[in-house]
Write a protein that binds this ligand. Structure first.
Ligand code: AMP
Ligand code: MG
Length: 338
């Protein structure tokens, strides 16, 4: 086990002060050797993504910034509304609905998607929440969870291998020792994860996603990224496909970083029929009338697909070994800090 990270809930006051100062005086800190090392590593991560996905036959699509609808499954964070010629549009919280549109045309797509979420101010202390962040978002028509998890394994291996090889100087500047993960990452089911946490004294609602503190604890048990699979349907958005053999579950997984860094990615197989989505919207309390073009599109037919989104700043934070995510954005927006 490697335990180099600062546990998120215990960010020292020094780090908290650094966050406020860092955001306010970014025009200064961006010139530091430390910022240059972090952002160079981020550049290398993006390059590996493009290289691997291009070689796997993916097409890069320019991501939307605003639209009439966006992803509602954002764990209670707020959306930002924008006036749009007499209508109200929203800034993208994720491009999931738009990815489903593109896989109807191209079988394998990816985007560097800018996302905005008004996270609770209290999440500024988790060390892993920004208001503005990028997802490396991919989708595979007719893909399964297993297919995209294999892709995730390759991406993690290649990112870490390349950064270790090409960014030795930057890793040394940051004092970061980065371990090469196995080519196939470990997996545990959601119920195994819950059992582990209950045994360790956490009180949890097994119908909900794992809370940050508990996930951080779980993450600290691992020295390599790992997958959590088989999420309960009640914990996920309407666009996840129910497991035909276990209808209480959805075909969905998270990729979790080790050493206390926590969730890196969520994804899975998508509900793609109009009827199925309406049923899931009903269960999750969504208003179908908000989703005009999306439901029309499903009515006309799209292929089933699977995919995931990786938080670029979160991956940078782990790879660079940084206590707070603000340093992994060139122009950070931290919840509650203006
Ligand atoms: P979600 O759709 O909430 O599962 O988000 C997908 C991925 O985006 C997460 O696994 C994170 O890597 C990243 N992400 C989500 N919210 C944030 C945030 N507030 N700040 C930084 N990254 C985030
Ligand atoms: Mg998630």
């Amino acid at each position: 086990m490697v335990m180099e990270s600062i546990p998120h809930r215990q960010l020292s006051s020094e780090v908290a002060v650094d966050v406020g100062r860092g955001v306010r005086f970014r025009y200064r800190s961006i010139r530091s050797a430390r910022a240059r090392a972090i952002l160079t590593i981020q550049h290398e991560i993006s390059r590996v993504f493009r290289k691997v996905l291009d070689s796997e036959g993916f097409l890069e699509v320019l991501a939307p910034i605003i639209g009439p609808v966006t992803d509602p499954g954002i764990r209670g964070a707020g959306t930002i509304e924008v006036p749009f010629y007499g209508e109200t549009y929203v800034l993208m919280t994720s491009m999931i609905l738009y990815k489903q549109m593109t896989v109807a045309s191209f079988p394998r797509v990816y985007s560097f998607s800018p996302n905005l979420r008004l996270e609770a101010s209290a999440s500024s202390t988790t060390g892993r929440h920004l208001v503005e962040f990028y997802q490396l978002d991919l989708e595979v028509a007719h893909g399964t969870c297993e297919d995209v998890m294999t892709l995730g394994d390759t991406l993690m291996f290649e990112v870490i291998r390349t950064v270790r090889q090409k960014c030795k100087e930057q890793l040394a500047t940051l004092g970061r020792t980065l371990h090469l993960p196995p080519r196939t990452l470990p997996q545990l089911t959601f119920s195994e994860a819950i059992e582990l946490l209950l045994n360790d004294g956490f009180t949890l609602d097994p119908a909900e996603e794992i809370p940050w503190e508990a996930e951080c604890h779980l993450s600290n048990q691992f020295s390599t990224p790992f997958w959590i699979t088989n999420y309960p349907a009640t914990s996920r958005g309407f666009y996840y496909l129910r497991d035909a053999d276990h209808p209480e579950l959805v075909r969905s997984m998270d990729l979790v970083l080790p050493e206390g860094y926590g969730e890196l990615s969520s994804g899975g197989e998508r509900e793609y029929t109009n009827k199925g989505v309406l049923q899931r919207m009903h269960e999750t309390g969504e208003e179908p009338q908000k989703y005009g073009w999306y439901l029309d599109m499903l009515e006309e037919g799209i292929p089933p697909s699977a995919g995931f989104g990786i938080g670029l700043e979160r991956l940078t934070r782990y790879v660079a070994g940084v206590p707070h995510i603000w340093e992994c954005s060139p122009f950070p927006k931290v919840p509650g800090v203006s």
